[in-house]
Design a binder for this molecule. Structure first.
Ligand code: UT7
Length: 321
């Protein structure tokens, strides 16, 4: 049996920081409201001319360095992003060109905030089937470009960034299992309204991220609770077997609810939402990289990665470190 194992992680946050105090000057909000409702204190925003591919490249190179892998050794690139720089070539191909390599399959997929978990699951299946041996998996967003910066309901929540992992074929897991879901009946609760097919328009007003935050919140808490159960049951595990929760960083209250469901103390949850806001597909790999690099995660630890986003889409990955 072939498994995939994460052998390197990396992340990149744009240098420009937007604090809650900055937002108080832009919209009718307060630092207190943002912190207490979401846990967010600041977020990083790509500057003009800085695109999703730029963020991907920096996170990818950090992951390749950590893995001790040359780009030429990659035989698959999968990027989860909802904010590609171009409709085509896809972001995976643009990243491949930046890395100076040729020929391996490279593609991006859209699953909103679940983009990295979807990308990881796809790459894992390529490796399990023997179709790839060394894969680069990235979650990256310049989601700030989809926000109406005069709409306080969404402007305070989002930020940009990228996270990456290198996966390699191994005789032991690694990625123990992945679980993906989607339900389009919820498409009107969280969406960006236009694309090429419906005519591109400048972002702002009704052509920006639209979210019924409170309804999304309730479905997210219930759904993530269920995927915790599904992941444990699929592997015959109990809650106490999980060492670390690496959740999508949308709202600290959603994360706390998932931790309660797992009966996991918050010390065992990797939290970055205060620093990054909601970076959509980038949030899980960035949080993983933070915890790997600060030494919290040790060999043999069992990690539960999960995410929930527009669609709705949701998913999890159980990873033995
Ligand atoms: O990543 C993909 C999935 N996304 C999520 O998981 C996000 C899920 N939702 C959330 O995180 C939360 O619902 C929010 C953080 C977006 C909002 O928190 P909430 O506790 O659900 O607040 P709410 O939407 O019920 O709004 C409460 C009040 C409203 O005023 P009234 O009607 O009670 O007078 C809003 O108008 O807060 C008001 N409000 C604000 N006030 C100050 C909304 N945005 C702001 C703001 N500053 N930025």
């Amino acid at each position: 049996m072939i498994y995939s194992r994460i052998i390197g992680t990396g992340r990149y946050l744009p240098e420009q920081v937007l604090t809650n105090a900055d937002l108080e000057r832009m919209v009718d909000t307060t630092d207190e409201w943002i912190r207490s409702r979401s846990g967010i204190e600041r977020r990083h925003i790509a500057v003009e001319g800085e695109g999703t591919t730029d963020l991907c490249e920096k996170a990818a190179r950090a992951a390749l360095d950590a893995a001790g892998i040359a780009p030429e050794e990659l035989d698959l690139i999968v990027v989860g992003t909802t904010t590609p720089d171009q409709v085509f070539p896809n972001t995976g191909v643009l990243l491949q060109a930046r890395l100076g390599i040729h020929g391996c399959p490279a593609f991006s997929l859209e699953a909103a905030c679940t983009g990295f978990i979807y990308a990881l699951a796809v790459a894992d299946k390529f490796i399990q089937s023997g179709s790839a041996r060394t894969a680069l998996v990235v979650g990256a967003e310049t989601i700030s470009r989809m926000v109406d910066w005069t709409d306080r309901a969404t402007a305070v929540l989002f930020g940009d960034g990228a996270g990456a992992v290198v996966l390699r074929a191994d005789s032991a897991p690694g990625v123990v299992s992945t679980h993906l879901h989607a339900d389009g009946q919820y498409k009107d609760l969280l969406y960006f309204p236009t694309g090429v097919g419906t005519g591109m328009r400048p972002v702002g007003g009704d052509n920006a991220i639209q979210m019924k935050g409170n309804e999304v919140f309730k479905v997210a808490v219930n759904t993530l609770g269920r995927i915790v159960d599904e992941t444990l049951a699929a592997n015959g595990l109990e809650k106490k077997d999980i060492d670390w929760l690496i959740p999508h960083q949308a709202n600290i209250r959603i994360i706390q609810a998932t931790a309660r469901k797992l009966e996991l103390p918050m010390e065992r949850v990797v939290l970055t939402v205060q620093e990054t806001g909601n970076t959509s597909a980038a949030s899980v790999p960035m949080a993983l990289d933070v915890a790997v690099r600060d030494g919290r995660i040790n060999s043999g630890d069992l990690l539960l990665l999960e995410a929930f986003g527009g669609g709705f889409t949701w998913g999890s990955a159980l990873v033995r470190w």
